[in-house]
Design a protein. Structure first.
Length: 267
């Protein structure tokens, strides 16, 4: 992750927020200082601030960045890259090289180390999603960094993203569920996104800490090697038991299977 503080020259170079870039998914998120009012926030984000939303969704961030990063199809993009000593097109490098400046406003950015993130950003991120998994009846369990766990009925979120209809109608699409960059939401098939705010507001907090799920996995989920050690048998013998139906793996892989420890010790 790369992090940049955002400043506004029109506000006496006040620090107004932080821009986060997650390299694996090439995704940008902006966290705005919650002391900003709608008139002080960048124009593209004033509507969010007016409604009390200071974590800016990546779709809105993308529009803000378009004003600051030359597109790949620009006629002189090769010359721009050469002048900036860049061998390949990279949004985040182009952004950093120009300090994120735009003719549309007086904002600029300065890179910081991830460990230098302001305390208020770190505290806000505790509400983000650490992991998630689908369950029956078009529901999803989300485990948050703050140790809460929530159950979300996706049907209640269709108004926020109508594309969820495709997820609900197709279990295969539902199974593509992953945590999006930085835990700021979840996505299906890398194309259908729900932000963490929507999930928290639509979900129900479960009477069980998220850490309980992790404790369960650590204690009760074992691989092929661990199963063989418990049964004091070879991999070939275990494979035979799986083939005969004596043992049912939770998940089968090319080299390793995953088992419930109870299914192994209870044979």
């Amino acid at each position: 992750m790369r992090a940049f503080k955002i400043y506004d020259e029109d506000l006496d170079n006040r620090e107004i927020g932080v821009l986060l870039h997650y390299e694996l998914q090439n995704s940008f998120i902006i966290e705005l200082d919650d002391t900003l009012d709608e008139w002080e926030a960048p124009l593209l984000f004033s509507g969010f601030v007016k409604n009390g939303k200071y974590t800016i969704p990546k779709e809105a961030v993308h529009l803000w960045l378009k004003e600051r990063i030359p597109p790949t199809g620009r006629q002189n993009i090769g010359m721009i890259l050469k002048n900036m000593n860049l061998k390949n097109y990279s949004e985040v490098r182009l952004l950093a090289a120009n300090n994120g400046r735009s003719s549309q406003d007086a904002c600029y950015i300065q890179e910081i180390k991830p460990e230098e993130l302001p305390d208020w950003v770190i505290a806000r991120q505790q509400n983000n999603i650490r992991d998630c998994f689908p369950i029956a009846d078009d529901r999803v369990i989300c485990l948050l960094y703050n140790d809460n766990s929530i159950e979300v009925d996706l049907k209640k979120c269709i108004k926020d993203n109508p594309k969820l209809e495709r997820v609900i109608k197709n279990r295969n699409v539902l199974e593509t569920l992953i945590v999006d960059a930085g835990g700021y939401g979840i996505s299906f098939n890398n194309t259908i996104f729900l932000d963490a705010d929507t999930l928290r507001s639509s979900g129900v907090i479960l009477p069980i800490y998220a850490s309980v799920f992790y404790d369960f996995v650590k204690h009760s989920i074992i691989n092929t090697t661990e199963a063989c050690n418990l049964l004091d048998c070879s991999r070939q013998n275990l494979a035979y038991m799986v083939k005969q139906g004596t043992v049912q793996p939770l998940k089968q892989g090319w080299k390793e299977n995953v088992f419930l420890k109870g299914d192994i010790t209870g044979i």
